[in-house]
Write a protein that binds this ligand. Structure first.
Ligand code: NAD
Length: 459
């Protein structure tokens, strides 16, 4: 019998069960999964089994808070949106903007068909002097034959109303490759595996037709046909607050949007704020966050200049906010299909289809953007951010339960945000009421921001 791996670098490590991997880590690294930070990776056996079938060499789970952004009115329906995120203030900001927009009619959304694209790339030896543009046209003439190869694979998807939606070949002179794009309607799935299977199936025939060598065959995450969008219309007077009045604030929002639309250095943060919402919904539903983010950023740069994903305009006495971007979110398949938390998240949303989920994501991204841009051009975001930071600091220096909000308040009042100060204040608090010291949290109480208004950030 082979000896049991002694470390995680041993190739046999991946063949162990999740519990055996933990035992190796305990031995090799001195990690105790019931202690300290690693305690967070503890979970019921069922969740560990789930982790073990989701990825390779699983040793635990990485819990990320799951919250609910409430107060959305989307196409006339009141809705709460589940969000999984490690970043404070994101959920509060989305809820704050959603409530403001809901008072004036909410979001109107739309979605395009869930069409994804697969790619096959063909290369040729240097002594092949055939006209490759003509070769691409020839490949295009073989469309019916190629589509027929896909028919049996696509049969179930065609029965669902999806399936084959066309193909187009092109010669790419810069990389000297011939590229075939195949478009498929993947209904409620992300479609990665179906598309990859289809592209693989086409390889031999494409190689034969072109007499070239297949370089690679895979889906593109660009998803530029699978768009979804959202819009809101807010009367200017609704923007007024404190010293800031509607029209000047709307003009500042417009100016800030124009900056993001023209200066990529600003656009990156502006769009990151939008993705704070969209990625959190994608993660809550166990969607492929990287695919969605890649598609969004490629879309932002579609004219060769990286721009804002949202836009704003003043129309009569209203501020109009709008967004449209690729949102390849799935409601079946991949992790979405069997992760119980994702299933629960979809239930909270009323079990939408993939297009419905994409429309919620568009509204959420726009809400997040509006919260950020109005805070930035109004009172700024830092005060709220530091108050939230105080909550984390309180936890980090050992405050628990009711101590956390109290220490958070005192750190914020002091205005000094470092561990030494936090520790000193906690010491003072405990000497004021020694019985409360070191109480473990049983209440589930967590630090709260003073108000959602203070917690609108996009950075
Ligand atoms: P999947 O392989 O689980 O396929 C979806 C399944 O759902 C199919 O079997 C389909 O028949 C079934 N289905 C049931 N009802 C459906 C409906 N109404 N609409 C559509 N399908 C329905 O999932 P997938 O979407 O093919 O692939 C997603 C996974 O692939 C993700 O985990 C993703 O991370 C991964 N992936 C991504 C890439 C990439 O982004 N480049 C590459 C490879 C794999």
């Amino acid at each position: 019998m082979k000896p049991r791996p002694q470390s995680m670098d041993d190739p046999g490590f991946r063949k162990l069960t999740i519990r055996q991997r933990r035992a190796v880590l305990a031995e090799d690294q001195g990690l105790d999964f019931s202690q300290g930070d690693l305690n967070a990776t503890q979970a019921r056996d069922e969740i560990l089994d789930l982790a073990d079938v989701m990825v390779e060499t699983a040793i635990g789970i990485m819990p990320v808070p799951l919250g609910i952004a409430r107060g959305f009115l989307i196409d006339g329906r009141q809705i709460s949106i589940p969000m999984a995120t490690e970043e404070p203030s994101v959920i509060a900001a989305a809820s704050f903007a959603a409530a403001q927009i809901a008072r004036y009619g909410g979001f109107t959304t739309w979605g395009h068909k869930p069409i994804m694209t697969g790619q096959v790339y063909v290369v040729f030896p240097p002594d092949d002097h055939r006209n490759k543009e003509t070769l691409a046209e020839e490949l295009n003439r073989h469309e019916p034959e190629l589509a027929k190869i896909l028919q049996p694979i696509l049969e179930p998807m065609t029965r669902r109303g999806g399936g084959y939606r066309g193909m187009i070949a092109a010669w790419l002179p810069e990389s000297e490759t011939l590229r075939l794009h195949v478009h498929l309607d993947v209904r409620d799935a992300m479609g990665a595996n179906l598309i990859n299977t289809c592209m693989e199936a086409l390889k031999p025939r494409i190689a034969a037709i072109t007499r070239g060598e297949i370089l690679m065959a895979i889906l593109t995450n660009r998803a530029d046909q699978r768009l979804a969008g959202a819009r809101f219309v807010l009367p200017l007077h609704a923007l007024s607050r404190g010293d800031f009045h509607g029209m000047p604030l709307a003009q500042r929002i417009l100016r800030a949007w124009r900056v993001a639309d023209t200066d990529p250095a600003r656009a990156v943060t502006h769009n990151k704020g939008i993705m704070n919402g969209i990625s959190a919904l994608a993660l809550a539903t166990a969607n492929d966050t990287r695919g969605i983010e890649a598609a969004a950023h490629a879309w932002a740069a579609r004219d060769g200049h990286y721009r804002s994903l949202s836009s704003y305009r003043i129309d009569h006495e209203n501020l109009v906010g709008e967004i449209e971007l690729p949102l390849p979110l799935a409601t079946v398949g991949g992790g979405v299909g069997f992760h119980p938390a994702a299933q629960a998240a979809l239930k909270i949303l009323g079990n939408p289809d993939a297009q419905g989920l994409a429309r919620f994501a568009a509204a959420l991204g726009l809400a997040q953007n509006f919260a950020a841009i109005s805070a930035l051009t109004g009172e700024g975001i830092q005060a709220g951010h530091m108050r939230l930071h105080a909550g984390r600091l309180a936890f980090a220096v050992g405050a628990r339960g009711p101590e956390i909000p109290e220490l958070q308040r005192r750190i914020a009042r002091e205005g000094v945000f470092n561990r030494a100060t936090a520790q000193a204040i906690l010491g003072e608090m405990r000497s004021e009421s020694p019985s409360a010291s070191g109480q473990p949290s049983t209440s589930g109480q967590t630090p709260k921001s003073d108000s959602a208004k203070q917690s609108q950030e996009d950075g």
